[in-house]
Design a protein around this ligand. Structure first.
Ligand code: NAD
Length: 359
């Protein structure tokens, strides 16, 4: 097994070091090779995704990614900004399926902004299509409006589009994921207003014929946004397009009260994937040793499960994380009265100790 390790910027290297410690404690045979990405790569190679980093990511069985970005790069031209690295990796590795679990750990229920009874035991999975939709649709740009009430004025435009194969492949991924859970899938669209999402709904309904054991329902995105805060536990697996998924997955993440706890996976058609925490590079706390490494450690667990066929090892990591939370250990972002605040490194050490205690 070969893992490409891309720590990136800000808190990226600090949290990645803890995830690597946890992986090593499992005594699995794997090779981990590091490469710079994001701002760190721009500094040494003049580009956020250098050829050598991309080649390593392509050759590896899986990519473990920290985070990229820093405000100091905000004045660079768009193509050279750190965030372009993640877009480039998604595109070159054809990572079209983004898995974002939102799990509310029993010990952290109080950290949510919702009432405890609404989020206790929450465990939902949002599957977001990642390489299509209005984020990539062409044409896009700025021009002078040719018609309408403001003809002759400057305007900007983007194109929302999905082809049938793009919808079919994400629908198959979602039905298969639902099959492994409670066999319930909600497809989120805006079919009442958008042609693209009427097509989405039609194609998902057609694919459903191949998964009669999975219950499918359709929901408009505005209603889904409401239901996520009204009754989040009414969902199990949600599948949606790139833009709606971007927004809903962040909303779902915050239901759990702790962005520092949530992993994510972006997979290609062969389940090769890129695994990263759902949060960014947190430049405000970088270098202070206070970042929560658990989202990255849990991303490593997802990597073991989805790309490296090591489900038992993934279970061990997840159990170790629950164990340290039960001990009352908390980084600053999830700290509350009556718990013990620890730094990034101490949290990583506690996970390693919990793994070793499992034998
Ligand atoms: P962010 O997720 O980095 O930070 C938001 C807030 O959450 C900050 O207060 C931060 O301190 C806190 N936070 C984030 N992760 C944490 C952790 N593990 N432990 C404790 N606290 C944590 O989002 P932002 O501030 O909007 O963006 C900062 C930079 O990250 C920007 O340059 C942005 O473009 C980039 N970004 C990168 C990714 C990625 O690499 N995939 C994703 C989102 C944002």
């Amino acid at each position: 097994m070969k893992i490409a390790v891309l720590p990136g910027d800000g808190i990226g290297p600090e949290i990645m070091a803890q995830a690597l410690k946890a992986l090593k404690a499992l005594d699995l045979r794997f090779e981990a090779e590091q490469a710079p990405v994001g701002g760190a790569a721009y500094e040494v190679a003049g580009h956020p995704l250098p050829e050598a980093t991309l080649a390593l990511a392509k050759a590896a069985d899986a990519v473990l990614f920290g985070a990229v970005g820093d405000w100091k790069y905000d004045t660079l031209e768009r193509a050279l900004r750190p965030e372009q690295a993640i877009l480039g990796l998604r595109k070159h590795l054809q990572l079209f399926a983004n898995f974002r679990p939102a799990i509310c750990y029993e010990q952290l229920t109080a950290a949510s902004s919702l009432k405890p009874e609404l989020v206790a035991g929450l465990d939902i999975l949002i599957i977001r299509e990642l390489t299509g939709d209005i984020y990539f649709g062409q044409p896009r740009g700025r021009r002078v409006a040719a018609d309408g009430a403001f003809a002759g004025a400057e305007e900007a435009f983007d194109t929302m589009r999905y082809t049938r194969p793009e919808i079919e492949r994400i629908a198959h991924v979602a039905f298969q994921a639902a099959r492994k859970r409670s066999k319930r899938l909600t497809s989120v669209d805006k079919a009442n207003v958008l042609e693209t999402f009427q097509f989405w709904k039609d194609v998902v309904t057609e694919v459903h014929a191949q998964y009669p054991d999975v219950a499918l329902d359709h929901m408009y995105v505005d209603n889904a946004a409401m239901q996520l805060v009204r009754a989040p536990k009414s969902f199990d697996v949600i599948v949606t397009g790139n833009m709606f998924g971007d927004i809903l997955s962040d909303e779902a993440a915050m239901l759990t009260g702790s962005i520092g706890m949530l992993p994510s996976a972006s997979l290609d058609a062969a389940a090769k994937g890129l695994y990263e925490p759902s949060h960014g590079s947190a430049p405000d706390i970088a270098g202070k040793g206070v970042a929560n490494p658990l989202a990255t450690i849990l991303s490593a667990a997802m990597m073991l499960r989805f790309s490296l066929n090591q489900a038992a090892a993934a279970d061990r990591i997840e159990a170790a994380v629950k164990n340290v939370l039960s001990q009352g250990l908390r980084t600053a972002d999830i700290h509350s009265a009556g718990t013990t605040q620890v730094g990034t490194e101490a949290m990583g050490d506690a996970v390693v100790a919990a793994l070793k205690r499992q034998g």
